[in-house]
Design a protein around this ligand. Structure first.
Ligand code: C2E
Ligand code: MG
Ligand code: MG
Ligand code: MG
Length: 286
């Protein structure tokens, strides 16, 4: 009996493993096809100056326009792409598409502002990152000060590599921000040492600032610290008027979140760029 049961267990285990790996192979093939069939698309989320209420930047966020499954959010394929290495060509596509769009907006007469692009760990550790980014800027005609690269704290753990790469990016003239700040490996050493421009306070801290005194203290402290270090600071995931008021009182520079707008497609972004700054100013007046 035990033997029989054991055999069955093995078979179940075996067929599960098989279906998992079949799914993975399927997904990998689908992602490759998505690249050649141009199924990826970028959404854009405005970054708003808290004093003026004007849109001062946008973050490019990838979506996968899947032929059957519809619009697939990044959490459902970016971690897998990172694992398999497909993130490198996907990330390059994102970088090029974002630079191209930002240049097009400038040519259409919208106010020039930086576009933020999320860099993956593999991209950040890629050989000749500076050369690759500089090539994309050249191809798209976007000036480097209008590109901002978002990295996460985990990418700074190899301090020597991170400093070297960041100095190269600085030399190129692009901006660098630390995304999801506070959730990862936070060394105050790197804030002092690294040539970065901006901290993005993770939305997990912003979410409960009105109810959790610890989160309120953490957010206020991060903001105060950025001012002393001469860094810019943006709060992610701002959803309510109360959160906005708290951030304003604590002198946060910028906000990004559903309060102003979720990520939208390029056309909707253009509507906001035309009328949005006045609407935002009015909203802040209230
Ligand atoms: P992230 O870079 O921290 O981007 C912010 C995420 O928070 C976005 O999710 C955005 O839709 C969401 N968000 C913004 N405001 C609010 C809010 O007020 N409330 C809530 N609940 N959420 C808000 P999204 O677009 O699903 O992206 C998730 C993550 O996927 C990103 O987090 C980023 O880490 C990654 N990602 C997105 N695009 C790319 C890409 O092109 N390359 C790489 N490597 N990663 C990407
Ligand atoms: Mg980001
Ligand atoms: Mg992120
Ligand atoms: Mg973030």
């Amino acid at each position: 009996r035990a033997k029989e049961k054991g055999r069955n267990d093995f078979q179940i285990f075996n067929s599960d493993m098989k279906s998992i790996s079949i799914n993975r192979i399927k997904l990998e093939n689908e992602l490759r096809k998505a690249l050649t069939n141009d199924e990826f698309t970028l959404y854009y989320q405005p970054q708003v100056d808290i004093e003026s209420g004007r849109i001062v930047g946008t973050e490019a966020l990838i979506r996968w326009n899947h032929p059957e499954r519809g619009l697939v959010p990044p959490n459902q394929f970016i971690p897998f792409a990172e694992e398999t290495g497909l993130i490198v060509p996907i990330g390059e596509w994102v970088l090029r598409a974002a630079c191209k769009q930002n240049k097009a907006w400038q040519e259409q007469g919208f106010p020039a502002m930086p576009i933020s692009v999320n860099l993956s760990m593999r991209q950040f550790f890629q050989h000749n990152l500076k050369g690759k980014i500089s090539y994309v800027l050249e191809q798209t005609g976007l000036a480097p000060q209008y590109l901002e690269l978002e990295i996460t704290e985990s990418m700074t753990m190899d301090v020597d590599h991170a400093i070297q790469s960041l100095l190269e990016l600085k030399d190129l003239g692009v901006n660098v921000s630390i995304d999801d700040f506070g959730t990862g490996y936070s060394s105050l050493y790197f804030l002092k040492k690294f040539p970065i421009d901006k901290l993005k306070i993770d939305r997990s801290f912003v979410r409960d600032i009105m109810t959790d005194p610890n989160d309120a203290a953490i957010v206020a402290t991060i903001i105060a610290m950025t001012h002393h270090l001469n860094l810019k600071v943006i709060a992610e995931g701002v959803e309510t008027e109360d959160q906005l008021r708290f951030l304003h009182q604590n002198r946060c520079n910028e906000v990004q979140g559903y309060w102003f707008s979720p990520p939208v497609d390029a056309r909707q972004m253009e509507v906001m760029l035309v009328g949005g700054s006045q609407a935002a100013a009015a909203k802040l007046e209230q």
